[in-house]
Design a protein around this ligand. Structure first.
Ligand code: SF4
Length: 561
């Protein structure tokens, strides 16, 4: 699953729980007013859209001097039809508006409905920018996957995190994985007619009984639909959630053979079962070297054959398998960048380590790492970069061998919020980060003779870490944090205010931990984290070639010596 749901999912979740915060219709996935809507708060256009019998596309902006602008459309209007056809989503819009003359149904700012003819020059844009990509309801899943992560979340998480979407349109538009078990004949016909391809499909197992045992009684419906779509020329990226003793070993071989026999399955990504502490049925995944190596060995012959016959490895194991198999030696074993192509499975945890390692090596080779180390050393600073436990085995070793040793010191944070085997950086929560920072700054400062030669920090959360330099660490309490709200970095997050961070340390949080609204999975903002930690933090990029220049800039602003 993607770490954060898209805007359409956020809105669908709001609609499902009756939130009126997005009052009106359209991208929330429903043209009906949600239960919590305050009708009096709606604009005339929103009220008319809510009452409209069909999907409505909210117009967020209109390009000046475009056909849409010439016709008088403005942000806040709605588009209802094109040539009399409903516009269910952005795919429909692109499909229906492909001609250079169309009749557009609308609801204007006054709530009046109508239709207007639009024309454009060849190649000209219509000038509409829509709010969201789905203009009717998000299609929900009807499965009961034994490994469903959304069923393993703590109580009280925001609704969008537990909204179980299974929508082929989001698969095409946003890269979410779908099972196709909810596909109706008309959906299938539409996918073929509009060539909605490629889709990202959750495969898991080709054996019907096994697949049924993993995802529920509609499993075969989805597999049959996939087969028909593939035969009709639709392409698919397949994903397998691998469960030890369930669909690994021989079952995995069978599934890969099944997929290999269907050339329109462009590739297969294998991710290990993830489980949290908020459930009791799941206890193990591929965390041990032997289990992780076993998976890499099963896929190796398929990769060999694919390289020879299709020019690439075709099947990919998630980075976690390599880290669990090889630990600190992961960089020597992870496949080369050429295997990952355009890193299209990056968000699924496939290729992140290779990309990170290569960027780090490039930063060392170019002198960027040395410049960052110098900038930190000149101000007697350590950069404490927050990471999940999954990164720690190889990142520590890489930094140790680089000019950044002792200056860039990852602060490894365990994920107590989710627990279980959740250990990737992207799923870290604000509460755990704040606790880890607080534990760090609460430690004893180094003695005077240690200053200037900062001791190495053992990795681990809280009590596992050794003392390290922060000559002002014991003064943390006096830096009651109140970051200036008008001090924003390019990324839109508050920048640290000189003098607020504990002297000697820059706490850096990778931006992947926050969603587009600057909120963590446990609904904390940067300021919430700072308040809970008792220290200023800064949000930086996730990639070495981006965050090292940011570290240099931050160090140069610090006034400590
Ligand atoms: S398809 Fe399975 S894993 Fe995905 S939301 Fe539905 S039950 Fe959960």
């Amino acid at each position: 699953m993607a770490t954060y749901p898209g805007k359409d999912i956020e809105r669908a979740a709001q609609a499902a729980c009756g939130s009126a915060s997005d009052a009106g219709a359209g991208a929330s996935g429903s043209s009906e007013p949600c239960a919590g809507c305050d009708a009096a708060a709606l604009t005339p256009a929103q009220a008319a859209a809510a009452a409209w019998d069909g999907p409505v596309a909210p117009i967020a902006a209109v390009e000046p001097e475009s056909p849409a602008d010439d016709a008088g459309f403005t942000a806040g209007c709605y588009l209802t039809t094109v040539d009399g056809q409903p516009v269910r989503d952005i795919i429909d819009w692109r499909w229906l508006a492909a001609e250079d003359a169309i009749a557009v149904g609308y609801i204007d700012q006054d709530g009046e409905a109508g239709e207007v003819e639009l024309e454009r020059e060849a190649g000209e844009r219509w000038g509409f920018e829509f709010d969201g990509v789905l203009f009717d309801k998000v299609k929900l899943c009807r499965n009961a996957c034994v490994f469903c992560f959304m069923r393993q979340l703590p109580e009280g998480v925001r609704p969008s995190l537990v909204l179980r979407d299974d929508d082929f349109r989001l698969s095409f538009l946003s890269g979410t994985f779908v099972t196709l078990t909810n596909l109706r004949p008309e959906d299938e016909a539409r996918i073929i007619e509009q060539h909605i391809s490629p889709l990202r499909v959750s495969l898991h197992a080709s054996n019907p009984e096994l697949r049924r045992s993993m995802i529920g009684r509609h499993a075969q419906h989805g597999l049959d639909a996939l087969d028909r779509l593939l035969a009709a020329g639709i392409q698919a990226h397949a994903q397998i959630v691998l469960m030890p003793g369930v669909n690994d070993g021989e079952a995995l071989r069978e599934t890969l053979e099944w997929a290999w026999a269907r050339p329109n399955i462009q590739n297969v990504g294998i991710v290990p079962l993830g489980f949290t502490k908020h459930q009791t049925a799941l206890h193990e995944s591929f965390t041990g070297p032997e289990a992780a190596c076993g998976v890499i060995e099963v896929i190796a012959p398929f990769q060999e054959r694919a390289r020879a016959e299709r020019g690439g490895p075709w099947v990919f194991a998630a980075d976690e398998f390599y880290v669990n198999a090889f630990g600190a030696e992961t960089p020597a074993h992870i496949p080369p960048a050429s295997d990952y192509g355009d890193y299209e499975m990056f968000e699924d945890g496939i290729g992140i380590v290779r990309s990170y390692v290569d960027e780090f090596d490039e930063a060392v080779a170019s002198g960027l790492a040395a410049r960052a180390a110098d900038a930190l050393a000149s101000r007697n600073l350590q950069a404490r970069y927050i990471i999940g436990e999954a990164m720690q085995p190889f990142l520590d070793a890489m930094i140790e061998r680089s000019p950044l040793a002792d200056r860039l010191v990852p602060l490894t944070v365990g994920n107590d919020y989710f627990g279980g085997n959740v250990n990737v950086t992207g799923l870290l929560c604000g509460c755990d980060i704040a606790a880890a920072i607080k534990a760090e700054i609460g430690k004893e400062p180094v003695s005077s003779e240690e200053e200037g030669s900062l001791p190495k920090v053992e990795q681990g959360t809280g009590s596992g870490c050794s003392d390290r330099a922060s000559s002002a660490a014991t003064e943390t309490a006096q830096w009651a944090v109140s970051p200036s709200e008008d001090c924003l970095s390019e990324s839109g997050y508050p920048e640290p205010v000189p003098g607020q961070a504990p002297e000697g340390e820059l706490f850096l949080i990778p931006s992947v931990i926050f969603n587009d609204d600057g909120i963590t999975l446990d609904d904390m903002t940067v300021q919430d984290i700072e308040n809970a930690a008792g220290a200023a933090v800064c949000v930086v990029s996730c990639n070495p070639l981006d965050y090292l220049p940011e570290i240099i800039a931050l160090a140069e602003r610090e006034n400590v010596s």
